[in-house]
Structure formats: C-alpha cells, structure tokens
Design a protein around this ligand. Structure first.
Ligand code: ZN
Length: 177
C-alpha cells in the first residue's frame, strides 16, 4: 500500500517536472537571471586544430587548459580528451577518410562552448607504399633490384615498383639496403 502511494507520488512529480521545466534549462523563477548568467560566460580564446590526415589515429591542437575536447565525425562522437596543462590536446580517434569533416567541441564550466572543424587531408607520404626500385636491364641477367638507376654502374635499369619486382622473382640488393 505504502509502495503504491510512493510510486503514484513519483509519477505525479515526474509529470509536473516535464510540464514546468523549460527546454534544456534550470528553473530559476526569473528569466533575467538566466540571461545574465549566459552573458557572463567567458570566451575560450585558445582553440586550434592541427592538420588532420587520413593516416592519423589522433587529432591534436591547442585549447584552454583543463577544458574538455570532443571530436565528432558525421554527427557521431569519435573521441574525447582533456586539454593538458601545457594547453595542448590529443584525442584518439579511428582513422578518417580524406575529405571527411571532423568537428571539435571545446567546453569548460563558466565558458561558452566553441566548435571548429577541419577537413581530413590525404596523406601522400605514408600509407601508400609505392616504393620504386631498379632491376637490371641490358645484358645483366641477375635477379636483383637496386635503390637507384645507376647503382654499381648499372646500365639500362628498368624501373618498377618493389611489389612488381618481387612478383617477377627479383630480390633486394644487399649493398643498396
Ligand atoms: Zn644495389
């Protein structure tokens, strides 16, 4: 009996809360108070995002020390961190494809939340392993590939990718590497 009464009271209170509470706000009983509080929020001045490449597993930058930074991709949270005492942050994220927009939101109590976005760049230096090598051309029949076209006075070298050279039965020159 007592339990039932409690649950009725609870349900009533919940209904009341839903009816009275303003959207996303606190009941102050005075609209002006809320406005003044919003205006007194400080601005986060230190906030940058470093270049982000499609090979990276983290997004880094600078921010207000102690602030929370959250990374979003396509509206989904992909990682978060806290800005270190040296004003830098590093958020671990899954690799993002080139062209994708990643948004960082920075927030701290007493400060206005800010957000910035970066476009993921294509990393041309890593990931794509198109390493070129030079195999013997001309009269040489050795099945060895070299680092440069004229290694060991080689003539008529044939340029191909290391993958192609290996597929054709060539092996790396021990003097070049
Ligand atoms: Zn060599």
């Amino acid at each position: 009996m007592k339990k039932k009464l409690q649950s009725i009271v609870l349900a009533f209170m919940m209904a009341l809360t839903v009816a009275v509470a303003p959207v996303g706000g606190v009941i102050t009983g005075n609209g002006n108070v809320a406005v003044i509080e919003a205006a007194s929020q400080k601005t986060i001045n230190t906030f940058t995002i470093n270049s982000l490449y499609n090979s990276y597993r983290k997004v880094t930058g600078k921010g207000l020390r102690g602030a929370k930074v959250k990374a979003y991709s396509q509206g989904r949270l992909i990682g978060s961190a806290t800005v270190r005492s040296n004003s830098t942050y590093s958020i671990s994220i899954p690799k993002q494809p080139a062209g994708r927009t990643v948004t960082i939101k920075i927030s701290k109590s007493g400060y206005k939340t800010r957000s910035k976005s970066v476009t993921v760049k294509k990393d041309r230096t890593s990931g794509v392993s198109t390493k070129y090598v030079y195999v013997n051309g001309g009269n040489s029949k050795s099945k060895i590939y070299h680092k440069t076209a004229h290694a060991h006075n080689m003539e008529g070298a044939i340029k191909m990718t290391e993958k192609q050279a290996k597929a054709r039965g060539y092996r790396a020159c021990k003097r070049c590497w």
